[in-house]
Each structure stands twice: as structure tokens, then as C-alpha cells.
Design a protein around this ligand. Structure first.
Ligand SMILES: [Zn+2]
Ligand SMILES: [Zn+2]
Length: 268
């Protein structure tokens, strides 16, 4: 199988909607022959109805020590990275900075999973917002929020860039035009764009970001990384071959790997 060289976006049972232990994901990644595996736990920085989706402060401590333990056990098998996925809200940078200073993260994802509290990527809440906002406005608002995620300068990777398409709603006009400010902000901030293959598991049936957005990112000289957004071990590296094909068609043959927030490019 043409598999990801790395999979940096794994959620374990600590995030309410996912299952299994970190160890199970590591074992699966070794089985698939990945060079590196990394976790993207949701950090406790949001006051959303689904805050149980995030770790508690205690669990972040446990997470860090579990990483250390697994690194020792699997030292000869695979590199294990300690990542985090942050929701960014303008009013809370100090809370985010506190976590960044307290732990030795390898990389930080900046994400946006809601628009003014509307959890557009949760199936049970998705409809209400589409009815209220309409597709064009929802897309416009989403990409404006992504600009703030990029501009805050706190994160290394912009995750699932066009997540707003998850349940299949598409604007009539050009998505690229709507996405342009967010792409420009991400490029200006020197962020890495995640190629997230989980889109193929949902009605949008496409990689995040879409091929046209990825081509535009390439033209700006942008760099990429890979993640499956697995919520169970069997989804580690899922749809790798398709994602790699889209990446190559857009002109990429290298991706970024991280260690303690330092970057290196590797071929794939
Ligand atoms: Zn996410
Ligand atoms: Zn995630």
C-alpha cells in the first residue's frame, strides 16, 4: 500500500468521540510501516457544549507521561510525536500560551470547529446553522475565522483547511475565492497545511483541502503534512494512497516532519 510516511492526526479515547488507547494506534502505525506517528489531542481551551471532547488539565499531564512511556517502549520501532489540536478564540490566547509553555510539544495544530458556537462539524448540530446562515455566508465566516487562527501566530499546522464542506454543502461561487484570505494568512504566518484524509469518510467525499486549494497552496510555495484524523486504530493512515495521489498531482514530493516544533522536510 502507498501509505503516509507520517500520520500526525490521531485521536484516542481521551477525546469523547474516539476510542482505544494510544498504544493501539502506535501498533497499527507500525503494522502499516509508518516512519512517525503523532497525536492531536483536543486541548481544554474552549467553553463549548462539547467540552468533554477535549482533555481535562489532569489528562494533559497524563498524556505527556504516556508519550514518554511509549517512546521508551517503541524506540526501535517508530518515532512518536506529541501534538495538540487547539481551537483558537481571540479572547483566549493566554490560556493557549500557558499550555504551549508547560509542555514539550512537537507540533501544534490550529483548528476551527465552530462558527460563533455553531458546531458545524457535528452531524447533530450541522443543519441548524446551514438554515440560519446559508451556504455562502457560512463559508465566508468560516474562512474569516481561519484567518484569525493563522494570524495569531501560535500554531505550526493549519488542520483540515476546508472542514466547512464536511457534510457536502457547497457554495455556488468559487471556493478558492472565499478561501483566498485564509490561504494568504497561513502563508504569511509560515504555517504548514495539513492534508487530512478524513474528508473521504464524510459526505464531502474529498481530501481537506480540495485539490484546487492545494494547487494554489503549492503555487505560493507552501508546505504540507499528513493526518488521517483517525478516531479508532483501524483508521490510522486511512485513504493514504488517495491523499498522496492528490499531493503529487498538485506538485508535492516532500512533507514536513516536526520535532519539538522544529521542522524538517522529507521525501514521500
Ligand atoms: Zn479537528
Ligand atoms: Zn482532530
Amino acid at each position: 500500500m502507498d501509505s503516509f510516511p507520517i500520520d500526525y492526526h490521531l485521536h484516542t479515547k481521551w477525546c469523547e468521540h474516539a476510542s482505544a488507547e494510544m498504544r493501539d494506534y502506535v501498533e497499527r502505525a507500525i503494522e502499516l510501516g509508518l516512519n512517525e506517528v503523532g497525536f492531536a489531542v483536543h486541548m481544554p481551551v474552549k467553553d463549548q457544549p462539547h467540552e468533554k471532547d477535549s482533555l481535562t488539565e489532569r489528562e494533559v499531564e497524563k498524556y505527556a507521561s504516556e508519550i514518554e512511556k511509549l517512546r521508551g517502549e517503541y524506540a526501535s520501532g517508530i518515532k512518536i510525536r506529541m501534538g495538540a489540536e487547539f481551537d483558537y478564540y481571540r479572547e483566549k490566547p493566554s490560556k493557549i500560551e500557558r499550555y504551549i509553555a508547560a509542555y514539550d510539544f512537537d507540533y501544534l495544530y490550529g483548528s476551527m470547529h465552530d462558527i460563533d458556537g455553531w458546531l458545524f462539524d457535528w452531524a447533530e448540530y450541522a443543519d441548524e446553522g446551514w438554515k440560519k446562515l446559508g451556504v455562502e455566508e457560512a463559508y465566508e465566516k468560516y474562512f474569516k475565522l481561519l484567518v484569525t487562527v493563522a494570524e495569531c501566530g501560535l500554531f505550526d499546522i493549519l488542520s483540515h483547511f476546508d472542514l466547512i464542506k464536511k457534510f457536502g454543502q457547497r457554495p455556488a461561487g468559487s471556493v478558492l475565492l472565499l478561501a483566498e484570505p485564509a490561504l494568504a494568512a497561513a502563508a504569511a504566518a509560515g504555517m504548514v497545511l495539513e492534508l487530512n484524509s478524513s474528508g473521504w469518510r464524510f459526505p464531502c467525499a474529498e481530501l481537506y483541502p480540495s485539490p484546487e486549494i492545494l494547487v494554489s497552496w503549492r503555487q505560493r510555495g507552501g508546505t504540507i503534512t499528513f493526518g488521517s484524523d483517525a478516531h479508532c486504530p483501524k483508521d490510522v493512515g486511512r485513504d493514504s494512497a488517495r491523499a498522496l495521489q492528490v499531493a503529487r498531482q498538485a506538485g508535492f514530493d516532500q512533507c514536513v516532519v516536526f520535532e519539538k516544533r522544529q521542522r524538517k522536510l522529507i521525501e514521500f
